[in-house]
Design a binder for this molecule. Sequence first.
Ligand code: GRF
Length: 193
Amino acid sequence: MENKVYKIAILASGAGSNAKNLILDSRKDSNKVYKVELVITNNKDAGVINICHQLGVPCFLWKKDSFLSPDFLINSLKNNSIDYIILAGFLLKISDKIIENFPKKIINIHPSLLPKYGGNGMYGNKVHQAVLDNKEKESGITIHFVNEHYDEGEIISQKKISLNELETINSLRERINILEHEEFPKTLRLIFK
Ligand code: GRF
C-alpha cells in the first residue's frame, strides 16, 4: 500500500524562509511524506509571495477579515483536503472556529523557549531583544500545537542553544533561524509518520 502524502497549507506573514525550507524539504525524497499544497499570507508585501512564485506553489493573499470570519477559509482548506495547517511566521490570531475545525492539526514554530518570551506582540526581533535584555544563558525554538491563546498550545518539541557573551541580536536571530530550518522539517516528518 502506498504511504499517505500529508497535504499541508502554510500560513506566513513575512520573509518566508521557513516556508521555503519546508517546500524544498517536502520535495527531497521520491517517497513523499508531505506536500505543501498552498501558502496563504495576510501581507501583500510578504517575501513568501515571491518564494512561492519561484517554487511554483500556489500562494493566496487573504485579508484579515477572512481569518476573523473564517467560514470561507475553512471550506477552502477542506476542499483542498488539507491535513495540517503550518504557521511559519504568521502574525494574525487563529480564531477558535479554525481551531475547532482542525483539532491538533495546526502547528506553530516560535523563536524562543516557550512559555518564555511568547504571547501577543512577541515576534521577530522583539523576542530576541527581550532574551538579550534579560541576559539569558540560553534560548531556542518551540514547535507546538496551536490553541486559542497565543503561543500556549501543547508543546511538541523544543531545541536549545547556549548564548555567548558576545551574542548580538543579529547573531542570535541567525542562529535561531538555522535551528528552525534544521528542526522544523524533522519534527513535522515525525508527526506525519
Ligand atoms: C520565525 O522565527 C518563526 O519562528 C516565527 O516567525 C519567524 C518567521 O521567519 N514564528 P520566516 O518568515 O520563516 O523567515
